[in-house]
Design a binder for this molecule. Sequence first.
Ligand code: AHR
Length: 861
Amino acid sequence: MKKYFALLLLLGSCFQLFANEPDSVYLFSYATTKNAGHNGLHFAWSMDGKDWKTIGPEFGFVSSDFGAWGSQKRMLTPYLTKGVDGLWHAVWSLNETEPSIAHAASADLVHWKRQSYPVVSKGNCVNPEIRFEAKTAQYLLTWENSLDKKLYGCETKDFKTYTTTHSIDASSRMNDRKSLDLPEGSSVGLVHKVAWSQVALLQKTVELKHYWEALNGERTDDDAVRFANLKPLEVGLNIQTASSKPISDLLTGIFFEDINYAADGGLYAELLENRDFEYTLSDKEGRDKSWTSTHSWSLEGTGSTFTIDTVSPIHPNNPHFAVLNTRQLGASLVNSGWDGIVLKKGEKYDLSLFAKQLEGNNAAVSVSLVGKKGEIYAQTITGGFSRVWKKTSYVLTSNADVTDAKLVIKPLATGVLALDMISLFPQNTFMGRKNGLRKDLAQVVADIHPRFIRFPGGCVAHGDGLGNIYKWKNTIGPLEARKPLRNIWNYHQTGGLGYQEFFQYCEDIGAQPLPVIAAGVPCQNSHVGGPGQQGGVPMCDMNQYVQDILDLIEWANGDAKTTKWGKIRAQNGHPKPFNLKYVGIGNEDLITDIFEERFTMIFKAMKEKHPEITVIGTVGPFYEGTDYEEGWAVATKLQVPMVDEHYYESPGWFINHQDFYDKYDRSKSKVYLGEYAAHLPGRPNNLETALAEALYMTSLERNGDVVSMASYAPMLAKDGHTQWNPDLIYFNNSEVKPTTGYQVQKLYGQNAGDQYITNTLSVPTRDDKVRKRIASSVVRDSKSGDLIVKMVNLLPVKVQTAVKLDNTENLAAQAERFVLTGKPDGRNLIPVVDEIPVSANFICELPAYSFTVIRVKKVIN
Ligand code: AHR
């Protein structure tokens, strides 16, 4: 009831129902020092300049987006002024050290345009001010440098280009910040005179925010109260089979990112950890002193030393290797695998290593797979090493089923031996590929029947700082020449599961490859090598950066005989082109001038050289806000064919935003919903989150003419190594544990269509809360001719659905039905499958909290 009242109030303020408002009032702009300045720009208003009322005191109307979460994103001493261009301009100090000023502008103080962080100082920028100088028709930007205790300034006409910084004297400063006593405590800021409508708009924005917060916060926990009097319902679903529209046949895909040990130690079947001795302290920014070249390796016994060297490595990209100096026999070099090595009785394992004899002759080593008590599961002896690096390979067959074996390399002669790229792979990988994927995990992913695979991220794609941008060329070809990289999620990427393997996996499961490449800027939350976007790839390097992207297209699609990169693909074992059609540029980036300049350059080059490729742009990390608006503006200006939207929201958000795409302009870019998931406190993946996603996905199908692709994120998470929850599939070394949300993705993937059939759900109540929790979608798969009905019931009561099919010709009289149901907090649920009779009028009961899919097969008479 309260919420409806709030809505009425909102409407009241929109239509100016109150006639006795003041013409102008005082507005105070300030940032709180609470929370180290992470709170953004706040407002208070007053009739008389004495008695102040804060506007949604907790609400920051614009927040700083500079640098990493936690340590950065601070707004200190904001200075707000109305410019001669009619826009409000805000500048603020980013922190105590940065030589940059932050700037953003807004027409209404509610919607803020992109931020910029020009470097203007040699020291820091404290207490910035802006003043328009009519004489020169430009703004004078001034600040204090608290390091040399001097005042500086520069001029700008547009807040895009700035004159050289110069000293200023104190008379150029206005020092007009005031300290006011507000209900929440005293704050320092600026007093402005504004029209009442400005304050009304700010108030309305806060009220609207609270209104949405209440809706988005709806959870099944409150259903007992919310639906206390709700009885089982009877609804009708009218399906008009003759009325349809084409929708994307790529709607359900997967998002792969090396997060949560998804690649090394996960999908990538390599059984040894740190096979290349390339772990380094900086992978974890020095926080783990054991994270070095020797990680996962140990020397057991005495008589040898184990050191790391970098002189004459196998390849400069792989500079570290192990040196085993054996003066007396007895010691062994041991690798413990990824929390132990799993072996299956009778299965074969490919062992390979690079070795070089540095001192002595006729070195030989035994290589064994050994249990905790010294049991030997498999063994071989290798030797004949020379003074140059040589690769040797063996096949080991396990004589037992074990989960905690280790690899033991035991010198059988004295001498000094260099070892590198020591690798152990099951032969039984997915599709039997060499350097392949873990079979059980790859199969569970493939079972979704994803129409595309996005890789390598997420944030991994644009990286933590310029030096961490993922480079596809480092991840193809011989493993020993691939360049490992720090993983943005604070571990190590070997690059063993690289572009070559991703493309192969896509081909193996019939999915479109969807590589996502940084738009010439690293992650806006970067902190390694400097904060934020770090100015982007320097413009002098951008031509090469663009060329690398064009080379990717040639590598994927070029002729194996006539193109340089096509030849390389063929040499690496894949003469046939991969038929790449989609490339993502950027990942939920901060939309700045730095971004736009680089994105435009890449986009134009791709459009010119490869018009056949669909470029997917990016519109920030949220479904609203500056990056979303600015990203869409860039995409619309450049006519980018598709954009990548991301949002992780509450189940309540998904329930209450099913109309999100209903209103999207069909003449603009198509949408790839590249990352989404329903998040509850505690971040479980349970039936409540899964049904919220299923409900929302009915709207994705309905809008499949504008939403071309969608992928839940993230996908994989290894027990004990998870940085992000929820995920779709959890696993450990021997088990794969698909979540309830996985079942929803699989039901959609396995029951996709390419035609959306007009269907009308009639729910006999005016209660919106009830109406929004029942949804349907009907599609036809034109290949099979099957008709697929999906229905979601997120209510605590059962719903009897009277389905009316206008035409049953060519449809089977029995249909397969899948029902996913349980308690809202149910995890790892599995759908129940049965058959139901289908006719022109049939009844289907939807259990409380359930997702039902009915697949009616086409029959040929
Ligand atoms: O999916 C996990 C992360 O969420 C992705 O890396 C990033 O793009 C998003 O913020």
